[in-house]
Ligand binder design. Structure first.
Ligand SMILES: Nc1ncnc2c1ncn2[C@@H]1O[C@H](COP(=O)(O)OP(=O)(O)OP(=O)(O)O)[C@@H](O)[C@H]1O
Length: 701
């Protein structure tokens, strides 16, 4: 059975719309009805239900078409105004709402936002973490594709003298020398030594460079290739830049909890460099493919393509550099590192071994940017990549720094008329506060009189929903990896007293490397302490926890129920109580026992699922630390996970940061434009959006 994606946010259509699904909290599902209101195979079968409960009701807001419009820009008057207006978010009409973080009036501005520039000069002594096949033919092919004629000639000469006629080619039992199989194998470890030290790096369009380096900062990943040289020694001469905003302004060492799990300030404050080699498959011995598979970018892919081509296990990770950056307090341009060599380490060679794999020379500079106001004119619009409930999501490039971002636009009038002001502000507030490596980072937010804009890191590996649909289900290892990253994301939200409430594959993106990036914070509930209860009926039908359906009030425990539901769906292909008929599904969630397919019987996963999918929240595994300690995760080193030091088991097919092939063509073929709208909102309505603008300056400690 397959389900299609929910494209509409349930409950955000206009109240007058016949299709409106906005329920008051008192509106609990009619469990006696058998109406097929959410057919599995209809486009809206995975819809999010968003309901404003009475305390969240902002229905007092109205659009006065006749009043004078002076709002909208009034909040963009500089940093102190931005902070003040952020505090004044709790306007009279929202004073009863608890969906506004109680920010401290005396919060200090801790730094300026700015630009981080990394210059990469050259790398030396790069080693390979595996033995490679002594295959002369492949080395020969690489040599003739080399961009360095003299090195190429030298290698070809060396290769001819290194022939070992005694080595027998698999395809030629006579071992004779002929054009097809001429002594393809070299003796001993010659090829392993030759490759790093002699093979030059092809640079013609036809052949990709053997080496490439990914540089990641706050989930923005850039890929660069060397200009010339050998694998062992190459010249890069590349410059890359990153916008620095809130998450990079905090001290990376300040809040790594004692158990290595407190993660509000981990991960994103580091510059991560990963050096890979595109090693031809025929150079990788089968034994190395098996024993070192975790060093390859697609080691555990369960995709049909990977199965069909099991020899393609991806690129090989040579080593990693993880550099903590403390950019606090720099008000002037500063050089943080000047032509320094940093060592690559490989942490995945087993038994807690970390092996040096060579070095690279860098210069790192930080330059504060004092421009405080952004507008749509600061961006070039590249592609439409999605549609949200209140507007488009576009791939854009920031004109000054050339950084690629996702720009989410939200039309104020739609937000107001659908009574979603509180949820919308909550989304911006959570995104600005949170700092977890598996949550899509907010870089900036700004507004015009008609629209709100969120500038987010552009995550282009596709939705987890899409990958799950394509592959049916995921392997145990792959599911564990995603669930572990999501567990830390939910935990960091809970540490901020935020409930997420809408975990589902549609809201989970995969980044360039295959790590999780949780997005869409439109249903978050703020100021929810450990045992605080709320009662808004919202979420997605398949993922609703029993206590939410019973309308008896619920706590943050609903997020652990949804985590269990998601794990079940990843492992089996469907959520645990799935039914085409929504009300039947609700009844099953409330009444049916949890059933497992045979392959899960007796597994650690089954035990964890039983504990997460307890219908009574009192009996549920409700504590992030306890979940982490469950034996399902026994092999996970959580600090290593937070450091993104595990190579993801599946690498999405992404060419580069501009690549939009993982997005629906329905969107990408649309012309990207910021549509002109003629909405008119009163000053009091504009005031509701006062705290929206964010450029890193109003970061809070
Ligand atoms: N940071 C991002 N990088 C890449 N694509 C993104 C990003 N954010 C959103 N998208 C794409 O845009 C689509 C719509 O975005 P989003 O999920 O935030 O909208 P939505 O679910 O309607 O949001 P809302 O519930 O706030 O209306 C996503 O499904 C995703 O494909």
């Amino acid at each position: 059975m397959l389900r299609l994606k929910n494209k509409f946010k349930f409950g955000t259509s206009t109240p007058s719309s016949s299709n409106s699904s906005t329920h008051d909290k008192s509106e609990s599902p009619d469990l006696n009805s058998t109406s097929n209101s959410s057919p599995r195979n209809s486009v809206d079968s995975r819809r999010t239900i968003s309901v404003n409960n009475l305390t969240e009701n902002v229905s007092k807001l109205s659009i006065d078409q006749h009043s004078n419009n002076s709002g909208g820009t009034s909040t963009q008057n500089g940093s102190s105004t931005a902070i003040n207006s952020s505090i004044s978010m709790e306007t009279p009409s929202q004073s009863a709402s608890s969906d506004v973080i109680n920010e401290q009036p005396n919060t200090t501005v801790i730094s300026n936002p700015g630009l981080l520039t990394v210059k990469i000069y050259n790398s030396n002594n790069i080693q390979l973490p595996i033995e490679i096949n002594n295959n002369k033919r492949i080395l020969h092919a690489l040599a003739i594709n080399s961009n360095n004629a003299s090195v190429s000639q030298q290698l070809l000469r060396n290769l001819s003298t290194l022939s070992t006629p005694n080595e027998v080619d698999d395809d030629n039992e006579n071992g004779g020398l002929n054009d097809n199989n001429a002594s393809e194998y070299l003796s001993g470890g010659i090829a392993t030594n030759l490759l790093p030290s002699i093979i030059t790096i092809p640079s013609e369009n036809l052949v990709k460079s053997l080496l490439y380096l990914t540089i990641e900062f706050e989930n923005n990943v850039l890929l660069i290739e060397p200009q010339k040289g050998s694998v062992n020694q190459s010249t890069w001469n590349q410059v890359v830049s990153f916008d620095v905003t809130k998450s990079s302004l905090s001290n990376p060492n300040s809040s790594n909890g004692s158990n290595g799990s407190n993660n509000n300030n981990t991960g994103s404050n580091f510059l991560n460099l990963n050096l890979f080699i595109r090693l031809p498959n025929s150079l990788i011995p089968e034994s190395e493919k098996e024993s070192k598979k975790h060093l390859f970018t697609n080691y555990n892919s369960s995709s049909p393509n990977a199965a069909a081509n099991s020899t393609n296990i991806g690129d090989l990770l040579i080593g990693t550099i993880k550099l903590p950056l403390n950019l606090k307090y720099h008000t002037k341009q500063i050089r943080l590192m000047n032509h320094e060599y940093l060592k690559f380490n490989n942490f995945n060679l087993g038994q807690n071994l970390s092996k040096e794999m060579g070095e690279i020379m860098l210069t790192i500079e930080f330059k504060p940017i004092l421009k405080t106001h952004l507008s749509i004119d600061d961006f070039d619009l590249l592609k439409v990549i999605g549609k949200g409930s209140f507007g488009k999501v576009m791939q854009v490039v920031k004109k000054d720094t050339k950084q690629i971002y996702a720009l989410k636009t939200l039309r104020k009038q739609h937000i107001v008329s659908r009574m979603e002001v509180t949820h919308t502000l909550a989304e911006r507030t959570v995104l600005a506060r949170i700092n977890n490596p598996f949550i899509v980072p907010l870089k900036f937010s700004f507004q015009s009189p008609e629209k709100l804009y969120l500038v987010l890191s552009f995550i282009n590996g596709g939705e987890l929903f899409w990958h799950l649909q394509r592959e049916g289900k995921f392997s145990m290892d792959r599911s564990r990896f995603y669930i572990a990253e999501l567990l830390t994301a939910l935990e960091s939200l809970h540490e901020l007293n935020v409930i997420y409430r809408d975990l589902k594959p549609e809201n989970i993106l995969l980044d360039y490397q295959g790590h999780i990036a949780l997005c869409d914070f439109g249903l978050c509930k703020l100021n929810m302490g450990n045992d605080d209860r709320t009662s808004t009926f919202c979420g997605t039908p398949e993922y609703l926890a029993p206590e939410l359906l019973l309308n008896q009030g619920y706590t943050r425990s609903v997020d652990w129920w949804t985590l269990g539901t998601l794990l079940y769906e990843m492992l089996t292909g469907l959520p645990p109580f799935y039914d085409d008929d929504t009300n039947t599904m609700y009844r099953k969630i409330l009444q049916n026992p949890l059933k497992f397919p045979g392959f899960l019987e007796g597994s650690d996963a089954q035990d964890l699922l039983i504990q997460l999918l307890q219908k009574d929240p009192k009996h549920r595994l409700n504590d992030a630390e306890k979940i982490r300690s469950h034996r399902f995760f026994k092999d996970i080193d959580w600090q290593k996970l937070l450091n993104k030091s595990y190579l993801p088991p599946f690498k999405p097919n992404v060419e580069n940061l501009l690549d939009t092939s993982n997005f629906d063509q329905e969107f990408t073929k649309e012309k990207p434009q910021d549509s002109v709208v003629d909405d008119f909102l009163t000053e009091s309505v504009q005031k509701q959006f006062g705290g929206w603008t964010y450029n890193g300056e109003n970061a809070f400690n």
